[in-house]
Design a protein around this ligand. Sequence first.
Ligand code: AMP
Ligand code: MN
Ligand code: MN
Ligand code: MN
Length: 292
Amino acid sequence: MRPVHLLNADLHSHSTVSDGTLQPEDLAARAHANGVQLWALTDHDAVAGQARAREAALDLGLAYLTGTEVSVTFAGETVHVIGLGFDPDNDDLVRGLAATRGGRLQRAREMADSLARAGIPGALDGALAYVDDPEAVSRTHFARFLVERGVCADAHEVFRRFLTDGKPGHVPHRWAKLGDAVRWITQAGGVAVVAHPARCHFSPTLEYALFSEFHTHGGRGVEVMVSAHNEAERTHFAGIAQEFGLLASRGSDFHDPVESRIDLGALPDLPGSVTPVWQALAARIHGLSAVA
Ligand code: AMP
Ligand code: MN
Ligand code: MN
Ligand code: MN
């Protein structure tokens, strides 16, 4: 057994409950086959896949933490907050996530209108064909439709040319408040973690404001080792973890075998300078005996 610091933990992934393409059971099997020892399914603004993910993991002898990824608006920008180890049946959490998901379908209609004005009709039905629950519709589903239509070669090209600020298909949206998201997670017994902070492209001042407020609200972690971060960003956010006294997390943000650049469990280990978030979550891990 590797030391707990070097546990192959993958605490960020998506299933068909949000914008991933694999069922929770298939993700569990893939994580296990890839050598993951502690896994969390973190669907966007949703916990509907938690029971299936946990049971599939435990059947495989794979330790499991409940998870979600909450969409937040902070200083006019979208920030994602991962929740880990909470009670997925907690009323406030379930209500908060439902309210956060609630705006997605109307936003999708407006995105489709914007794409139609840019000469791409049929995007609402096209995107909805890729999602199980219409309430979970996301930009990823529009990206798959634009690739299917041959408008773009892959999802990365879609996000360069469409769906982002100032481009066709982009619709500004107000997500949950930072303090609410952190409160839903922590009051349900979990730990809140800032997801892939380098994606936010904040100025140093705003970055400081984000982590200060996050910490004040009771947020306790930051993703350091995540597919969206390059090596310099991993080093930078390991430093942020130390500066703000935050725990560090590790996750692939896996969505799909073809679209995702990093597979489940296929990330470098956390640097030795940080404390892994799972050290503070031992009591919340299902099937802990598999790793302890
Ligand atoms: P939404 O929550 O509907 O705004 O969609 C956000 C999702 O789009 C993220 O969770 C990613 O899965 C995906 N996404 C965002 N930016 C990119 C990108 N540059 N390349 C590929 N996927 C992206
Ligand atoms: Mn996603
Ligand atoms: Mn995210
Ligand atoms: Mn994610």
